[in-house]
Structures are given as C-alpha cells and as structure tokens.
Design a protein around this ligand. Structure first.
Ligand code: FDA
Length: 396
C-alpha cells in the first residue's frame, strides 16, 4: 500500500491549492517543501499585501494576458476555477481586501493572512505538511511514485509537481520541476526571467542615473504591445509596473518605446505653447507635465535651447517624437535575482489542460509557475497558480 495517495512537491500557491482540493476529496495528501515555511512568495508578494487575483483573469482571454507557447492552454483551468471562487474563500475567511487598479485585488492587511488561510485549509483537509525537507530521487513504480524525502522513501499513487520556476533563488527556487519533467520525457521550453527590471549599458545608464527615484505615468511599448502604468527610474535602469510588464515581451537586442505623455498629443501641446507662451523654453513647457528632473533630461535630449516661439514645426515634431516615442535599448534584465516570474517552463503539449496531468505519465501532474504559462503583472500569476492547483486537486 502506498504511504499516501498524493504527494505534492512544493508548498507554494499552486501546491497548497492542489493539496487542499485533493484532501477535500478524501485523498491522503502529503505536501513537502525544502523551505522552512510554506508560501514564502505569497508572504512577500504585492509588497507584503499579496495581489492575490485579478478580476479580469477570466474575462480577457482574447487579450492574451497569459503568455506561453500555447496561451490558450491556460483557459480551461482558468475558466473552471475563477477569481470569484478565490475571492469567496478570502471573504469567508474575513480577510479584508480592496481593488487597487486594473482589477488587481490586494489584502488590506499582511499577505500572511492568505498563507495562514491556505495552511489552515490544508490541515482541515487532513493533509500532512513536511517543511525543511529536501526532495531526492523520484522513481515510477507500478502503483505510482516512490520519492526520496530527506533520508526516507515515501510512496503515493499521484505526484503533483508544484516547485515553481527559477525566480528568486535566494527564496528557494531550484528548477526541480524542469528536472522531473525531463526525467519523465516531457519537453521544457526555454526559460527566461520575466516581470523584471531592465538594465542598460554604462553610457545610457550614466544619462538615466540622475533620475533614480523618479516615477512617472507612461506608455511603454514593444512591437504592438503597450502598457500604460508607472515607470520608475532606478540606479540600475528602469523598473515600475510598465517596465515589468514589457519585460515579458522584450528580447535581447530589441528596443522599447516610452511615451511620457500618455493620452496627449505632444506636437499639439508644443504648438499650442508656441502660440500662447512663445518665450518659454521647451523644458519649461515639459516641466508642467513631467517631474522636474525628467523634464530636464528630456529637454537635454531634445537639445533645442531656444524659446519655443522660435522653433519651426520640424523642430517641434522632432521634440514631440522624443517625448512620445523615446527609444531605449536595454542590454539585459536584473535576471532571476529579482524577476517575479519565469517565462517558459514545462511544455504544455505534454499536459492535459483540464487536469494538468502528464499525457504520457498517468499520476504525474505539473502546476503553477513551473508550467509554460506566465501571466501579466497584477494578480494573474496567482490566479494561474490557484486555478492549475485546483484542477490537479480534482484529479490527483
Ligand atoms: P512558488 O514559487 O510560489 O512555490 C514553489 C515552492 O516549491 C516553494 O515553496 C519552494 O520553496 C518549493 N521548492 C522549490 N524547489 C524545491 C525543491 N527542490 N525541493 C522542495 N521544495 C522546493 N503574483 C501575483 O499574482 N501577485 C503578486 O502580488 C505577486 N507578487 C510577487 C512578488 C515577488 C517579489 C515575486 C518573486 C513574485 C510575485 N508574484 C506575484 C508571482 C507569484 O509569487 C508566483 O507566480 C507564484 O508564487 C507561483 O506559485 P507556485 O506555487 O507555482 O510557485
């Protein structure tokens, strides 16, 4: 007889959800993690307030807020376990929350409330939680799986791999899921850091550095993809939600565009200023709209020191282009050290979208960030973790 019905590797968002749901079905569940405490990423998420879902996660399939080789793969799980279902849990628990912006729901209080809720639910479902245990070799047996945990062997008929991606190794990210996938013949797509600040070569950085700490609302673009959110200048380059979002689309060698006056026609603004305030400098016109230090830098880049009244249409057009289509070429990103998620992962062609089971390996499930499904910033990644964990929990 196996020791357990289900072993879940990883006590993060997806693993705890899978364990809870399998336990509720009467399955004997073990959740294992090498970290000391479950749900460490939930604890630090959303600046400590956990942006636990996004109300738009199931209403925007066409907009492809989930990236991966097959963005439609996520739809089945996302439509079966919806944001409303997670919100209902949060409400039942009496956890206060609010919508911050763009459908993003955050706890009013500490994110640890979400962690406690999940641990309590796991216990209520009768699951065992083993933390601080290393996961060793995994073997397939006729009955299921034989897993080395610490220095003992544990068996189960189902194995749910929920060990996440590579982001933030300091917090215990290992890439174990990819290793297990390869062991059982599943493909793994290329992985790269995503939702991550972008970095610049020393020359460009020198120019941007004086702006460190400055934040402004901007539209940041890459190809046809655009995000209007806050842009933050840092000592290392560019960050803030708009940059984190575009980082999931940006590839080495590409440029990004920045529109510093979202929703405004910069040329119209300059032409109007030329008429009404001809004695002003461009930089002064801009400083009405932009933080002072940023207006100064953009003024330098435009390099039209004279009064606006003396500038030709051609010069105003060039200035408007600098403001509304500022081209910047990142050299890289801050990498997995600070990336919120990993783009790529276990190839979804090897998984069943309804249950997350490996098509060729009965009883083996992959959920959460380990899978090649990456959401936008704003609660989409937790919703994927909850939904994929829930899906596996119904079948494991
Ligand atoms: P997760 O990484 O959460 O869990 C994996 C678990 O497996 C960990 O507990 C780890 O210790 C364990 N593990 C790994 N290797 C192991 C091994 N070899 N042996 C045993 N155990 C192992 N998303 C969002 O929607 N809203 C938000 O507000 C945020 N905020 C945010 C902030 C920061 C700083 C980061 C880094 C990330 C976010 N995210 C987020 C992303 C979100 O945290 C992420 O998508 C989910 O945590 C993924 O859940 P998983 O359960 O798949 O992996």
């Amino acid at each position: 007889m196996p020791d357990f019905d289900v072993i879940v590797l990883g006590a993060g968002a997806a693993g705890m959800m899978a364990g809870i749901e399998a336990g509720k079905r009467g399955r004997k569940v073990l959740v294992v993690d090498h970290a000391r405490d479950p749900g460490e990423k939930i604890r630090i998420s959303g600046g400590g307030r956990c942006n636990f879902t996004n109300v738009n996660a199931t209403h925007t399939f066409g907009r492809e807020r989930f990236l991966g080789q097959n963005p439609r793969f996520a739809l089945s799980a996302l439509s079966r376990y919806t944001p409303e279902m997670f919100i209902a849990r949060v409400k039942k628990q009496g956890i206060a929350y609010h919508e911050k912006t763009l459908g993003q729901l955050f706890c009013d209080g500490p994110a640890t409330q979400i962690v406690s809720m999940l641990i309590n639910d796991l216990r209520a479902a009768g699951a065992s939680i083993w933390t601080g245990r290393a996961v060793g070799s995994i073997e397939k047996t006729t009955d299921g799986f034989d897993v080395m945990i610490g220095d003992g062997r544990v068996t189960a008929s189902s194995l749910v791999v929920a060990t996440g991606g590579k982001s933030i190794p300091k917090m215990g990210a290992t890439g174990l899921a990819y290793q297990i996938a390869r062991q059982f013949g599943l493909a793994v797509t290329d992985t790269r850091p995503a939702l991550v600040p972008l970095t610049f070569e020393p020359g460009a950085l020198e120019q941007l550095k004086p702006l460190a700490g400055v934040s402004t609302n901007a539209v940041v673009g890459h190809g046809k993809t655009r995000f209007e959110e806050a842009l933050l200048f840092t000592h290392r380059g560019l960050s803030g939600p708009a940059i984190l979002q575009i980082s999931s689309y940006w590839r080495d060698g590409d440029a990004i565009s920045v529109d510093l006056l979202p929703g405004e026609d910069a040329l119209e603004l300059f032409r109007a200023a030329r008429k009404t305030t001809p004695k002003l400098h461009l930089q002064t016109v801009l400083s009405d709209r932009l933080p002072r230090r940023l207006a100064q830098l953009v003024g330098e880049l435009i390099d039209q020191p004279g009064m606006i009244g003396d500038l030709s249409d051609k010069k105003l057009m060039a200035a408007a282009e600098q403001v509304s289509n500022w081209r910047l070429k990142p050299v890289g990103s801050e990498g997995y050290r600070t990336a919120e998620v990993t783009l790529g992962g276990i190839d979804t062609t090897g998984l069943d979208a309804k249950t997350m089971v490996a098509r060729e390996v009965p009883g083996l499930f992959f959920v959460g960030e380990a899978v090649d499904v990456t959401g936008w910033l704003g609660g989409y990644n937790f919703q994927w973790a909850w939904a994929s964990g829930w899906a596996a929990g119904q079948a494991a």
